[in-house]
Design a protein around this ligand. Structure first.
Ligand code: GLP
Length: 244
């Protein structure tokens, strides 16, 4: 779906999420949201915060799992996804802190495998992800599933692509300060979500959006796997859609 601009598109996504939250509330059930970081989802979170403050949208029945986190990184670090999520969403709504899950960038290396398996299992224990938000990296990554990621991959420790580390330099200041690794949900974890929204805004995303939507499905463009998902929407502004 192509929108004139990212603000309008983001409001539409936020409204869909709010509707789903409210429907589950009426049924006395929880809802599981898979959340993304980066610049792409910021306006969606702004709109959800606005709805909480102005329209009484409650997050008491919301369980969240974030896609990824740098490794290693402390939650207090300026660039941590814990800090990002608190600043953009969690600190401003009534979500129950115990319901928030973000991969832990401080897990000792020898325990990472076990930690990732537990993260994956916890998602299943909550009944799986109802709505998954995604951005897309210029490498075609979703979460931090870089080129070479397999379709059956689950939550795990990964090595970041050089292009991703270059793009992250704007946040870290110097490229040598960007972590080499990250913990990310896998392609299989994402594909299990019942509904997926991938957002892309701006000209710089147009070439990778074209490959992800119209190109071959394979591990060189991990986002291309989404073509096989039964309920996925690519939400684009005009600039990101210009090569389709
Ligand atoms: C990071 C995140 C991804 C995100 C990507 C795109 O690499 N780990 O989940 O999709 O950035 O970022 P942006 O939305 O800022 O373009």
């Amino acid at each position: 779906k192509i929108w004139d601009d990212s603000k309008e598109a983001s409001m539409h996504i936020a409204q869909s999420i709010a509707l789903a939250i409210r429907q589950k509330q009426q049924d006395g059930e929880h809802i599981v949201l898979g959340l993304a970081t980066g610049s792409s989802p910021i306006k969606v979170y702004q709109e959800l915060v606005r709805m909480h403050k102005k329209e009484g949208l409650s997050f008491k029945n919301v369980i969240t799992f974030n896609l990824d986190e740098y490794y290693p990184i402390t939650p207090e670090a300026q660039q941590s996804y814990v800090r990002f999520m608190n600043e953009h969403l969690f600190d401003h709504v009534d979500i129950i802190k115990e319901n928030v899950h973000i991969p832990d960038g401080t897990v000792p290396i020898e325990s990472v495998k076990k930690y990732c398996d537990q993260y994956e299992k916890l998602i299943d224990d909550y009944g799986g992800i109802d709505i998954q938000l995604l951005g897309i990296g210029r490498t075609g990554h979703i979460g931090f599933n870089e080129p070479g990621s397999w379709e059956n991959s689950q939550t795990r420790l990964v090595r970041l692509d050089n292009m991703t580390r270059t793009d992250a330099t704007k946040d870290f200041g110097r490229e040598e300060d960007v972590p080499y690794r990250a913990i990310t949900m896998g392609i299989a974890t994402i594909m299990k979500a019942r509904s997926v929204y991938l957002m892309a805004w701006g000209h710089h995303k147009a070439p990778i959006v074209q490959k992800a939507v119209e190109g071959d499905i394979n591990s060189s463009i991990p986002a291309s796997y989404l073509q096989q998902h039964k309920n996925v929407r690519f939400i684009l502004d005009k600039a990101a859609a210009q090569e389709l």
